[in-house]
Design a protein around this ligand. Structure first.
Ligand code: GDP
Ligand code: IMO
Ligand code: MG
Length: 425
C-alpha cells in the first residue's frame, strides 16, 4: 500500500486524530494536506492527552517522518507553541518534522480580518469560524497576495510582499472595520524572527513525499475538518476555506491520485457540528444534551459546545460517494451505550418530498426534516471493547445498518479515547 488517505465524513471532530495515531504505527510518513490551526486532533496515549492543531498526529510515535504539506496554512506562532507543548510532554520533533516551502503563512492581519468579519458589526453571514485566520489566508492564496513559507528566507522579498498586502488590507481594515492601519515594519520583524526558528523545519515536501512513495514507504495523509466543511462540497458558505475531501490530498501534498491506494472515512456514530450552518439531525433537546455530555462534545480548538444529533445517513452516503471511501472507521460507538432508542436518518423530507441524496443547494439542506428509522439501543457497556464478538447484538445490527445506509464497509470500530479501545474487523 502506498498512500492511505484519512478523511472526515461529517463536519469534523470525527476522531481522525485517534485513528491516525493507531494507523501511524506501521506507517513511515504522516502528512497533513489541508487546513491549519483550526483543526484540533485529540490523541490519548496512556494517561496523557495531546491536542494537535498543525502537527500531524503521527508525531507521537518515534521514528516517523511528519510533513505539513503545501495545502496547509501555517500559523508560525501556533506551530511553535505546539512544539513547545509537545516538548513539555517529552515529544521531540527535531529531524522528523518538515514544513513545505509552498505552504502559505497565516499573517496577523488574517486573524484580525477573520475576527472582524465574524464580529457581528458587519453585513454578511456569520460562519462561526475558529478565528484562526483560515478564510482570509486561503483568500490571499487564491488572489495571489499570499506569503509562503519559502518567502520567510528572503528578507527583502518578504518585506515587499508584506507591504503590498498591507496596502490592500489597510483599506479594508480602516474603511470597512474602522481599525488602525497595520504596522508593516513590526510584522516583517516578527516574521523574520519566526524564520530563524522555522528554518530547520523547512523542506521541499512534494519531492520528499513522492520519493517515499517511490521507495515503497507507507504514507498516511491526515485529513483535517470533514467533507461537509469542504469549500466545494460542504454546506457553503458554512464551510472552511479548503478542500477537506479527497481532492485536497493530491493538491495539498503534490502527489498523483494513482498513488492513493486506500481511502478511509472517519465517521462518528452520531453527528456533531461546531459553528453555524445547517444540521438536519440536530437535537435541541435532552437527547442532544446527553450526546454532548456522554461524548464530551466540546471543541478541541475553541472549547465551544458542539451541536449534536443522530447519525445522518444522507451525509454518510454523500461522503462515501464523493470521496470514493473504500471503508469506514466508525468512532464513539460507546457514547451510544446510554440510549434505549437510537435513530438513523435515511432521507431528507424537503417541502413534502423525500430526498435520498444530499441536495447541492444549502438552503434545501437547511429546510430538510430528517426521515428517521428507529433502532433498539443496547443499554450496556461497549466502552473499551476490542473484539467484534464482544459487541451486543443490537450494536452489531446498528453497525450493519450503517454499512447498508452509507454504502460501504465499517472496518474499524472505536469504543473509547484510548489507543486500545478499538475493534479492527
Ligand atoms: P478530530 O478532530 O477528528 O481528530 O476529533 P477531535 O479530537 O476533535 O474529537 C474527537 C474526540 O473524541 C476526542 O476527544 C477523542 O479523544 C474522542 N474519541 C475518539 N474516538 C473515541 C471513541 O471511540 N469513544 C470516545 N468516547 N471518545 C473518542
Ligand atoms: P478538525 O480537524 C470541526 C468549522 C468551524 C466553522 C467552519 C469555518 O478538528 O475536525 P474556519 O476557522 O475553518 O474558517 O471555520 O469550520 N471547523 C471545524 N469544525 N472540526 C474542525 O477541524 C474544524 N475546522 C473548522 O467551527 O464552523
Ligand atoms: Mg477536532
Amino acid at each position: 500500500m502506498s498512500v492511505q488517505a484519512i478523511i472526515g465524513v461529517q463536519w469534523g471532530d470525527e476522531g481522525k486524530g485517534k485513528i491516525v495515531d493507531i494507523l501511524s504505527e506501521d506507517k513511515d510518513v504522516i502528512a497533513r494536506y489541508a487546513g491549519g490551526a483550526n483543526a484540533g486532533h485529540t490523541v490519548v496515549v496512556a494517561d496523557q492527552e495531546y491536542v494537535l492543531h498543525l502537527i500531524p498526529s503521527g508525531i507521537l510515535r518515534k521514528g516517523k517522518i511528519c510533513v505539513i504539506g503545501n495545502g496547509v496554512v501555517l500559523d508560525p506562532d501556533a506551530f511553535l507553541t505546539e512544539i513547545e507543548i509537545l516538548g513539555e510532554k517529552g515529544i521531540e520533533v527535531d529531524g522528523s518534522l518538515f514544513i513545505s516551502q509552498k505552504a502559505h503563512l497565516i499573517m496577523p492581519y488574517h486573524k484580525q480580518l477573520d475576527k472582524a468579519s465574524e464580529s457581528g458589526e458587519t453585513i454578511g453571514v456569520k460562519i462561526g469560524t475558529t478565528g484562526r485566520g483560515i478564510g482570509p489566508a486561503y483568500s490571499d492564496k487564491a488572489s495571489r497576495l499570499g506569503i509562503r513559507v519559502a518567502d520567510l528566507l528572503k528578507p527583502d522579498y518578504l518585506k515587499t510582499r508584506v507591504e503590498h498586502a498591507a496596502e490592500i488590507k489597510n483599506t479594508v481594515l480602516k474603511q470597512y472595520y474602522g481599525q488602525k492601519p497595520l504596522d508593516t515594519a513590526q510584522i516583517v520583524e516578527q516574521y523574520l524572527g519566526y524564520a530563524e526558528k522555522l528554518k530547520g523545519f523547512i523542506a521541499d515536501c512534494g519531492p520528499l513525499v513522492r520519493k517515499a512513495i517511490q521507495d515503497g514507504k507507507k504514507v498516511l495523509a491526515e485529513g483535517a475538518q470533514g467533507t461537509m466543511l469542504d469549500i466545494d462540497h460542504g454546506t457553503y458558505p458554512f464551510v472552511t476555506s479548503s478542500n477537506a475531501s479527497i481532492s485536497g490530498v493530491c493538491s495539498g501534498l503534490g502527489i498523483p491520485p494513482k498513488d492513493i491506494s486506500n481511502i478511509l472515512g472517519i465517521m462518528k456514530a452520531y453527528t456533531t457540528r461546531v459553528g453555524e450552518g445547517p444540521l438536519p439531525t440536530e437535537l435541541n433537546d435532552k437527547v442532544g444534551k446527553q450526546l454532548r455530555e456522554h461524548g464530551g462534545e466540546f471543541g478541541a480548538t475553541t472549547g465551544r459546545p458542539r451541536r449534536c444529533g443522530w447519525l445522518d445517513g444522507v451525509v454518510g452516503r454523500f461522503s462515501v460517494a464523493i470521496n470514493g471511501m473504500d471503508t469506514i472507521a466508525l468512532t464513539k460507538l460507546d457514547v451510544l451505550d446510554h440510549f434505549a432508542e437510537l435513530k438513523i436518518c435515511i432521507g431528507y423530507r424537503i417541502d413534502g418530498v423525500v430526498h435520498n441524496e444530499m441536495p447541492d443547494d444549502t438552503d434545501l439542506v437547511a429546510r430538510a426534516e430528517p426521515v428517521y428509522e428507529n433502532h433498539r439501543g443496547w443499554m450496556s457497556k461497549t466502552a473499551g471493547m476490542d473484539k467484534y464478538d464482544q459487541l451486543p447484538d443490537e450494536a452489531k445490527r446498528y453497525v450493519d445498518r450503517v454499512e447498508e445506509v452509507v454504502g460501504t464497509s465499517v472496518s474499524i470500530i472505536s469504543t473509547g479515547q484510548a489507543r486500545d479501545s478499538v475493534i479492527v474487523r
